[in-house]
Design a protein around this ligand. Structure first.
Ligand SMILES: Cc1cc2nc3c(=O)[nH]c(=O)nc-3n(C[C@H](O)[C@H](O)[C@H](O)COP(=O)(O)O)c2cc1C
Length: 320
């Protein structure tokens, strides 16, 4: 199954990942105008009726281009906006819907009425099988080291298992912050990559300035994988956990059914608002830049990696 045309025409095979409280319309427009596929979670538009205005703003910002964009819908029973936001996406014919958590069946049915595509986040082969049964058009493999609710499997392990059952569009996510990693993902069997954390440290992201700077100042050793804050395992920045009065190296185990343990300095800190998410790729972020600069750099690195691989191939050498 080929990669859909709108995604195969991108300047780089990159979908900018949707990020809660980080991706707004400016970020999406800058990403898609620079030649990748921008995205945002519908839940970032608050109150709910501003979501429709946001989509109009994106359409206006991308007018005159054929650039695609995507919206993330969180398919979870706790999301009482799902059906309303889905209707808004159908009205605007959003080119690509990115679903996470539960089975995206009703999203697939709605998107297919207007030719929209649905790609679903998975962290295991079982999740991939269930998403395919629901009729999705592509899979996003969220592997170890991904920012936000990252998986635990190595991309080498998960790609080979999923490729055994599925030849359609595959997007690889997790710790990708440079152009060589994009080529590596393609070599492993992915069609596209999903990049989140790198786009937090951009001028267009709606993250706090201190959050952006923390990404410049930290490395993979500062990323903590825990289910303490949201009930689902995710990767978070250790300095924000410490600032909440907890020892990142010795986090308490939440009681079953609870996401947090009382008894620390402050009242319950909240994931995303107080405890900031980031993937293990932070070590590749050395400056806060406009989106266009980040994408120019990714492209240069991507072509440099191709040149290195071609040179290796031509000389038959396995050395760098
Ligand atoms: C701060 C933050 C917020 C995120 N919020 C969402 C979200 O609302 N919905 C979603 O599907 N994924 C969310 N993600 C996950 C990303 O879409 C993506 O899977 C991840 O960022 C890819 O890994 P990387 O950050 O290492 O590039 C979030 C990630 C981060 C870092």
């Amino acid at each position: 199954m080929p990669v859909p045309a709108a995604l195969s025409r991108l300047r780089l095979p990159v979908i900018a990942a949707p990020m809660f409280l980080v991706s707004g319309t400016d970020l999406v427009i800058a990403e898609s105008r620079a030649g990748i596929c921008g995205s945002l979670p519908s839940l970032n538009a608050r109150p709910q009726d501003t979501f429709d205005t946001w989509l109009t703003e994106i359409e206006t910002g991308l007018a005159g281009t054929s650039a695609p964009y995507a919206v993330n819908l969180v398919a979870h029973r706790s999301n009482d906006r799902l059906l309303g936001d889905l209707e808004t996406c159908v009205r605007h014919k959003v080119p690509l819907l990115l679903t996470s958590l539960q089975s995206p069946g009703e999203v697939v049915a709605a998107a297919h009425t207007y030719g929209g595509l649905v790609f679903h986040d998975v962290i295991s082969l079982r999740h991939a099988e269930k998403a395919l049964e629901a009729g999705v058009d592509g899979l996003i493999l969220v592997c170890a080291g991904a920012g936000g609710h990252g998986g635990a499997l190595s991309p080498f392990a998960l790609i080979q298992e999923v490729r055994r059952i599925y030849s359609g569009p595959l997007v690889l996510a997790g710790a990708i912050t440079n152009g060589a990693s994009i080529l590596a993902a393609q070599a492993m069997g992915a069609d596209l990559v999903y990049i989140g954390t790198r786009f937090i440290a951009t001028t267009e992201a709606t993250a706090a300035p201190a959050y952006k700077q923390m990404l410049v100042d930290t490395t993979a050793r500062d990323i903590v994988y825990t289910n303490l804050f949201s009930g689902v395992h995710g990767n978070y920045l250790a300095p924000t956990i410490a600032a909440a009065g907890l020892d990142p190296a010795h986090l308490p185990t939440p009681e079953p059914g609870k996401t947090y343990v009382a008894g620390h300095k402050r009242e319950k800190p909240q994931a995303w608002r107080d405890i900031w998410g980031a993937g293990q790729g932070v070590g590749g972020i050395t400056s806060i830049d406009p989106v266009a600069t980040v994408i120019d750099r990714l492209e240069t690195e991507y072509h440099a990696a191709w040149a290195r691989m071609n040179a290796l191939h031509n000389t038959g050498s396995t050395k760098r």
